[in-house]
Design a protein around this ligand. Structure first.
Ligand code: CP
Length: 312
């Protein structure tokens, strides 16, 4: 069980909470393969999905996760909402609160916006990604994918490569994977590595060949141009040459190292397309599969004490 109202980030999750989520996700993972997961535990629960930013993986998997558990799902159509008429985020939160939802799943382009809403509503709030702050469900599914593929989730050497500066995935993964007892290296051009990131307990290098030596897990990040307000690299061609993951650079990692990418990926920019499709090393498809189980586990655990679940 999670003794908390909301899931806003991995920074404030304990190691025990992280393990309880991925342990339950392991059960849901097996049930998903057997298609035996229609437990109905969320039968009386209303889940509203509010995505103020585009999403494929997170939005669809939260919708399927809630559906599989029996929740009543409302996908909030932002294009038709009163936000376009100037309604503030706090007024929107108060409006939704008055309709008695049980869970809000929120993605927002501004860091901190999801927490702000969570403070104004009575129900549970799940952060589906806020600005470059946190994307906790991505980090949890990444941890679960690593454990599934390598058989353990501690004592590993993990490289997070590329656009760390604009990445909520990087931040959530650093907090989560450090708590689980792994060592983290961030690799990228100086312009895309935040100053002072060493204070998170990570090693920094700007050279992929040096950085990938002896690495168990290579996590590649998307270049997040939608968050860039200037020139951070000369050209995509040059970026790929120095920082794109290709066969030549991958040779420096351990022979059984796995390749991860949160998606959506830019083939030929941050990762070579053939490497992304190499099922012996790339776990990118498995990350999406595990994402469904992780989101089922989180919905289940966050609502475990909900009074409407007593009769189920
Ligand atoms: N990884 C991730 O958050 O993907 P989406 O933007 O498609 O949800």
């Amino acid at each position: 069980m999670l003794n908390r109202k909301d899931l806003l980030g991995t920074a404030d999750l304990s190691k025990e909470e992280i393990l309880s989520i991925i342990d339950l996700a392991e059960l849901y993972s097996r049930d998903n393969i057997d298609n035996a997961n229609n437990t109905g535990v969320l039968r009386n629960i209303t889940q509203i999905n509010l995505f103020f930013e585009n999403s494929t993986r997170t939005q669809v998997s939260f919708e399927i996760a809630g559906t599989k558990l029996g929740a009543n799902i409302v996908n909030f159509p932002l294009g038709n909402s009163s936000q376009s008429k100037g309604e503030t985020l706090l007024d929107l939160a108060a409006t939704l609160n008055s309709m008695f939802p049980d869970i809000l799943v929120i993605r927002h382009p501004n860091s901190g916006a999801v927490q702000l809403i969570s403070e104004k509503v009575k129900c549970s709030v799940i952060n589906a990604g806020d600005g470059n702050h946190e994307h906790p469900t991505q980090a949890l599914l990444d941890a679960q994918t690593i454990r599934k593929r390598l058989g353990k989730i501690s004592g590993l050497k993990i490289a997070i490569c590329g656009d760390v500066a604009h990445s909520r995935v990087a931040r959530s993964n650093i907090f989560c994977l450090k708590k689980l007892g792994n060592s983290i290296k961030v690799i990228g051009p100086k312009t895309l590595i935040p100053k002072g990131i060493e204070s998170f307990g990570v090693e920094v290098t700007h050279n992929m060949f040096d950085g990938l030596q002896d690495i168990d897990v290579v996590m590649v990040l998307r270049l997040q141009k939608e968050r860039m307000d200037g020139a951070f690299f000369s050209s995509e061609r040059e970026y790929f040459h120095f920082y794109g993951l290709d066969e030549r650079k991958m040779q420096y990692a351990k022979p059984n190292a796995i390749i991860m990418h949160p998606g959506p990926m830019n083939r030929g920019v941050e990762i070579d397309g053939d490497l992304a499709d190499d099922i012996n090393r790339s776990v990118i498809t498995q990350q999406v599969e595990v994402g469904l189980a992780i989101r089922m586990a989180i919905l289940d655990l966050l609502t475990a004490k909900h009074p409407l679940r007593k009769n189920v």
